[in-house]
Ligand binder design. Structure first.
Ligand SMILES: Nc1nc2c(c(=O)[nH]1)N[C@H]1C(S)=C(S)[C@@H](COP(=O)(O)OP(=O)(O)OC[C@H]3O[C@@H](n4cnc5c(=O)[nH]c(N)nc54)[C@H](O)[C@@H]3O)O[C@H]1N2
Ligand SMILES: Nc1nc2c(c(=O)[nH]1)N[C@H]1C(S)=C(S)[C@@H](COP(=O)(O)OP(=O)(O)OC[C@H]3O[C@@H](n4cnc5c(=O)[nH]c(N)nc54)[C@H](O)[C@@H]3O)O[C@H]1N2
Ligand code: SF4
Ligand SMILES: [Mo]
Length: 914
């Protein structure tokens, strides 16, 4: 069959890169960056460039949810049912709960990864048909502080800048964003800008020394949660040094006097103390911000995911307003969106406190407009429950049914103990998902299979307000359906079960295509700040930013150039927030400050990225990152199991030394959930404490205590497995987590070669049945297997060689001095036959030399840290020249570029070679 090409958009981050999908009949065969897409001009990062691999049919067969499934008893098995039965059941249950307990007894929990069309139908279903505002999304965990911050100051939820501004800025102030890992293609654009204008200054405010921070001209390692103090301190200095713009303040803003009073006490000395920073660094940051202009701020979850999230946002926006650094090329407060369509969700009003097209729930005229558009008498005025409140209400029995679509709250919500209580107590839980094995799916009474990237039609809006089309390249597998279709079909059934809403008696959900849904959404924006009435699906052939009103010939890339803001008097408003510490103080019982965030090559709960061995090579296993000094102080070795406890819960995981966190701080990647390890995952620890204005929880800070976990009996097992069963095998092993004190199971390898690595630890010897089950899963039960067992002391070893003498699989259990070298042997495919029975001894040191399997840096060309270090020993010249030689010799960093910040940091720190 001929290869077909389909233009679409990457389903991962908010950069919103254009992709071109190659497909052969029903199979996606390739991916490349769309050279004409204005977000990425052909570039993709590690995640985007492996999309086609994750869509492979042999993986889909193991991972995808392919038909509606019903679960009759919680914790019990599921059985397949037809779509009509499933939707009738859903409508009966939701309908009767609404009839008996009122519309607020049902909660819909959606996602910034839904397309605008999906979102639109759900929002109308809940607000227009069911008649409550209990519809909220994971954007509450992600962007709600940014929304509240923009509205409080600029009057509207509209990021005023665009990606081009990266190249015009003189100072780039990056606050609470690890751009290098979370928005890699923007990092590439920033690197380009600096190459052309070496004078461009990068300031990074982040407690951790991330790869973004390491690349900066100035890193401000502020104490967690102290951003408002830092921004007020910078404002104090701007005033003191005469770097504000009084005429701009006078002409275009209000409320400056109060802010001036507020920042009076924020002297550099005071701020240095609060933030744990050097005074000179704060002064330098303020001088660049106000004096080396234009200044662009880029910010993300380090500001948003905080109990003072909105204040952090407004305090930063203050700096732009006071210096007039907004509305011109290279200037502005630019909030980076995380998910591909967090923006679209905000546009359709898909949050518990918003209405369609940036209208306000509290405004009767706005409600009347929406009611008229939808042909209903009214839409409810009472704000619905925000994400954390919604799950709390379900845990309390107030919400009786939850509909979860395109998000995995049993992994990603804070305070998992409450989330689990909610899911257990709810009478009816529906999970609308593309993948079969998410933590949330285990709690569903009804699982509805959704089509996903590559299979569905619609649109998304990226960080710079640019709307791009998402297109189907292949048909959905099994019986999976588009999310908006599922929502529509539920809505039509509910229309027959609930009191009539539609004023003219016809269905409110007449759509047959995604385009019809989008056209209705477009109409809702008429006359609003995000007016897109000049656009159509056809015009979106070329992605366009909003606003794009009728008659326009292009979208508007930059907002507020005329100094008129979206407030009643047209003036931007300064905010004068108080500085407040994090919700959970560090104290004697909980002396360590834990933060959580992203890894470069994984996406959230890893339902998609976690299907590819190669995406684990950069960060291969769950880990608690601690400063090396902290390990020395505690006498812990890398890999030791540590129990982390917070006020909310506990988690055991191996410790890993990391220079990027400061002593008394710790980091766990947000990806490690119950799908990959024992316990409830990282969010067992985090708290539901949230920003009072935005409702966004403080996922970036939890006070914790660390003690060594006493789990002396250990197991490590690894195996290369056939591609068509590796993921089902992982599910089999994961089902054994309940029998382990600690357990984790991850992938490794490079497709088509894929393997599994299982670690486990217990307080005493595991029973033989568990070991038998593990051996069976890893194909160690039969065939030519070398064995050793001492049942009394719980020692057991099994090793299987391949025909070429390399290792196929092993399991070592008991007292293990070390197993690292055997894993290295297996993963590197080195000849192992010569090691003989030493393989079974699990001694600390190998009897023969084994080359180490070190962390992968370059994912595209599979280049490891050790080989880069070895090559650097022979690279001389300037840093730029050494990087170039490295790239020529090893090809690392020459493809997608996601590893460039790491390579540059290695070049900087390595001794100059000869
Ligand atoms: N690879 C990858 N990329 C992604 C995602 C992914 O899962 N994987 N997810 C996407 C999504 S949805 C989002 S929201 C974005 C998130 O993108 P980012 O916000 O850039 O990523 P995070 O790692 O969550 O957090 C950013 C940084 O905030 C810092 N931080 C913690 N506390 C504070 C503080 O008090 N003040 C300041 N200034 N900084 C602090 C952390 O140390 C961390 O380095 O990434 C998007 N891109
Ligand atoms: N500790 C901690 N927790 C965090 C964060 C943090 O920094 N630290 N960050 C928070 C943030 S910013 C975010 S955005 C959230 C993300 O948290 P989640 O929203 O839970 O993350 P995902 O794993 O991306 O969930 C999306 C789900 O949708 C499924 N899916 C994929 N495509 C489709 C589709 O087309 N239709 C449907 N119906 N389903 C589909 C995927 O398989 C996946 O299970 O996590 C939050 N949680
Ligand atoms: S930067 Fe990477 S993850 Fe984000 S949209 Fe582009 S390719 Fe996708
Ligand atoms: Mo996010």
């Amino acid at each position: 069959m001929a290869t077909r090409e389909t233009r679409s958009t990457c389903p991962y981050c908010g950069v919103g890169c254009g992709v071109i999908i190659a497909s052969d009949g029903p199979t996606i065969t390739g991916i490349r960056g769309d050279p004409d897409h204005p977000a990425n001009f052909g570039r993709l990062c590690t995640k985007g460039s492996t999309l086609h691999l994750s869509a492979a049919p042999h993986l889909a067969r193991q991972t995808r949810l392919l038909q509606p499934l019903q679960r009759l008893a919680r914790g019990g098995p599921t059985h397949a049912i037809g779509w009509d039965t499933a939707l009738d059941l859903a409508a009966d249950r939701i309908g009767s709960i609404v009839q008996a307990n009122g519309p607020e007894a049902v909660g819909f929990y959606l996602s910034g990864q839904l397309l605008t069309e999906d979102y639109y139908v759900f929002n109308k279903l809940v607000k227009g048909l069911i008649g409550s505002n209990n519809v909220d999304t994971n954007s509450r965990l992600c962007m709600s502080s940014a929304v509240a911050g923009y509205k409080a100051t600029l009057g509207s939820d509209a990021p005023p800048s665009c990606y081009e501004d990266l190249q015009f800025a003189q100072t780039v102030f990056i606050a609470g964003s690890n751009l290098a890992w979370a928005h890699p293609v923007l990092m590439r654009r920033l690197e380009d800008a600096k190459r052309i204008h070496p004078d461009q200054k990068w300031i990074v405010a982040d407690p951790r020394r991330t790869e973004t921070a390491a690349a900066a001209d100035l890193h401000l390692p502020l104490l967690p949660g102290t951003d408002v103090a830092l921004f007020h301190g910078m404002m104090h200095l701007l005033l003191w040094e005469g770097m504000t713009n009084p005429s701009y303040i006078a002409a275009h803003t209000s409320g400056f006097a109060e802010l001036r009073d507020r920042v009076r006490e924020f002297t550099p000395r005071h701020v240095a103390q609060v933030c744990g920073l050097r005074e000179d660094d704060i002064v330098q940051a303020a001088r660049w911000f106000g004096g080396h202009t234009p200044t662009l701020s880029l910010y993300c979850q380090g500001l948003n995911q905080s109990s003072s999230g909105t204040d952090k946002n407004t305090a930063l926006i203050n700096l732009h307003l006071a210096t007039g650094q907004i509305g011109q090329a290279g200037a502005g407060p630019f909030s980076l969106t995380g998910q591909p369509n967090a923006m679209g969700g905000r546009e359709v009003g898909g949050l518990a406190n918003l209405l369609s097209a940036h209208r306000d729930l509290g405004n009767p005229a706005h409600r009347a407009e929406v009611a008229a558009l939808w042909g209903v008498a009214e839409v409810p005025a009472k704000p619905g429950k925000t994400a954390v409140e919604m799950f709390q209400a379900a845990a309390d029995g107030e919400i009786r049914a939850l509909w979860i679509a395109c998000t995995n709250p049993a992994q990603s919500m804070p305070d998992q103990t409450t989330v689990r209580r909610a899911l257990q107590r709810c009478e009816f839980v529906v999970v609308q998902e593309a993948y079969a094995h998410t933590a949330s799916g285990e709690h569903a009474d009804l699982l509805l299979p959704a089509s996903t990237w590559g299979e569905k039609e619609g649109s998304v809006t990226n960080s710079e307000r640019r709307i791009s089309r998402v297109r189907a390249a292949v048909p959905a597998p099994g019986q999976a359906r588009a999310d908006w279709v599922i929502a529509r079909d539920l809505a039509r059934r509910l229309e027959r079960r609930l009191p009539p809403r539609s004023l003219d008696g016809t269905t409110m959900f007449p759509y047959e295509t995604a385009e019809q849904v989008w056209n209705e959404h477009r109409e809702s924006t008429r006359g609003r700040d995000l007016d897109i009435t000049g656009l159509s699906y056809a015009r979106l052939e070329q992605p366009q930013p909003w606003p794009y009103p009728s008659g326009a010939t292009s979208g508007q890339t930059r907002l507020y150039g005329d100094g008129r803001f979206a407030t009643p008097d047209g003036r931007a408003r300064f905010a004068a927030p108080l500085w407040r510490p994090t919700a959970e103080p560090r104290e004697a019982r909980f002396p360590v400050s834990l933060t959580t965030g992203r890894l470069r090559d994984q996406w959230h709960g890893m339902s998609r990225t976690g299907t590819l061995g190669r995406l684990f090579a950069h960060a291969s296993e769950p880990a608690l990152e601690l400063h090396p000094q902290e390990l020395t102080r505690q006498r812990w070795q890398a890999g030791d199991l540590v129990q982390v406890s917070s006020r909310q819960g506990k988690l055991v995981l191996p410790v890993q030394p990391s220079e990027s966190v400061l002593p008394a701080q710790a980091f766990i990647a947000m990806h490690w959930g119950p799908e990959y390890m024992t316990g409830l995952g990282v969010n067992a620890l985090t708290s539901g404490a949230r920003c009072p204005q935005s409702g966004q929880p403080e996922l970036k800070h939890t006070a914790v205590r660390l003690v060594k976990a006493e789990l002396p009996w250990q197991l490590v097992a690894a195996a290369w497995l056939p591609e068509d069963c590796v993921l089902t095998t992982r599910e089999r092993l994961r089902a054994m987590f309940g029998r382990m004190g600690y357990g984790s199971c991850v992938l490794f390898g490079r497709e088509p070669a894929t393997g599994l690595l299982l670690r486990a630890a217990l307080g005493g010897p595991a029973d033989a049945a568990l070991l038998d089950d593990i051996e069976d899963a890893l194909q160690l039960a039969q065939g030519p297997v070398l064995r050793y067992a001492d049942t009394r002391s719980g020692q057991r070893r099994a090793v299987r060689l391949q025909a070429d003498g390399s290792l196929q699989a092993f399991m070592l259990a008991g007292d293990l001095a070390s197993q690292g070298w055997i894993l290295d042997l297996l993963q590197q495919g080195q000849p192992a036959a010569g090691f003989g029975r030493a393989l079974l001894a699990a001694t600390a040191l190998p009897p023969l030399a084994v080359s180490r399997h070190s962390r992968q840096v370059c994912a595209c060309h599979d280049v490891s840290e050790d080989s880069i270090a070895a090559a650097l020993a022979h690279c001389s010249g300037s840093a730029q020249q050494r990087l170039q030689t490295l790239q020529e010799r090893l090809r690392c960093g020459t493809e997608c570029g996601s590893c460039l910040p790491a390579l540059k940091a290695m070049v900087q720190t390595a001794p100059v070679g000869v």
